[in-house]
Write a protein that binds this ligand. Structure first.
Ligand code: IPE
Ligand code: IPE
Ligand code: MG
Length: 246
């Protein structure tokens, strides 16, 4: 259960999560990796609901990376089937909870049935405003930077004007351009790395690493991360005494 004072901590506006450790969770219980992925879906549901309840505005979840295609074919196909069944089962709940869902990544590489369900989920939740949920699927930070660079280069060539390329216009071409940069990154599962997640957007994100495996990451764990975040002093390159200046 939540501690009585946990709601007193102001949550970050944008939380990004690398949901890692499903396989190890299952292996530790002598279960197939699939069991860990299924339990992982429950942690996704609880995280979405806690973020919605706590007033987080943006939640971005790393579900499947560009590099995860290198896993054995049966694990990839299991993950895709889980994505399909989660969409079939959970979208009604998202609608009820006021969650707007978007998927970003190389959606073209996903199967047609999954693409259809994604489109349907995005359409059905389009009017929701309580929590912006972004699921990164077949996503890689380098892929996103390259596709944005191509789009900008095309425009600069058309306009014959290199000054059409600046940080703001570059950021606007990135796939999750509708969201502000993440304030807090949570990575479960014990690794201290970024694994090609939101490379451009995490320039000033606070990085929280926990050994807790994703299927065990519950509302209490999320509150611990929020408490840690609330104690960070974000300087953005300034010195402490000037932090309140614009
Ligand atoms: C995260 O758990 C889920 C995905 C990457 C899709 P893992 O499957 O990476 O679990 P571990 O890291 O092997 O324990
Ligand atoms: C990162 O986890 C990707 C997702 C959680 C979707 P990985 O398990 O793929 O990361 P590495 O391979 O350990 O860096
Ligand atoms: Mg992993």
């Amino acid at each position: 259960m939540n501690s009585p004072n946990s709601d007193a901590v102001v949550p970050p506006r944008h939380v990004a999560v690398i949901m890692d450790g499903n396989g190890r969770w299952a292996t530790a219980r002598h279960l197939p990796r699939a069991a860990g992925h299924s339990r992982g879906v429950e942690a996704v549901r609880s995280t979405i609901e806690t973020c919605a309840r706590r007033g987080v505005e943006y939640l971005t979840l790393f579900a499947f990376s560009s590099e995860n295609w290198r896993r054995p074919a049966d694990e990839v196909s299991l993950l895709m089937r889980l994505f399909v069944s989660s969409l079939q089962r959970e979208v009604g709940r998202l609608v009820e909870n006021g969650v707007r869902m978007r998927v970003v990544g190389q959606v073209d590489s996903l199967e047609p049935e999954l693409r259809r369900l994604i489109r349907d989920a995005e359409d059905r939740t389009e009017g929701n405003e309580r929590l912006n949920l972004t699921v990164c699927a077949s996503y890689g930070g380098r892929w996103d930077i390259v596709q944005a660079a191509r789009a900008l280069a095309k425009r600069a060539a058309r306009e014959g004007n290199l000054s059409a390329i600046d940080e703001q216009r570059f950021a606007a071409e990135l796939a999750p351009a509708f969201a502000p940069d993440p304030d807090l990154l949570i990575r479960t599962g014990g690794e201290r790395r970024i694994s090609n997640f939101l490379l451009w957007q995490m320039a000033y994100t606070e990085l929280y690493f926990t050994d807790v495996l994703w299927p065990d990451f519950d509302a209490d764990q999320l509150e611990i991360a929020f408490g840690w975040f609330a104690r960070r002093e974000r300087r953005f390159g300034r010195v402490e005494s000037t932090l309140s200046r614009p």
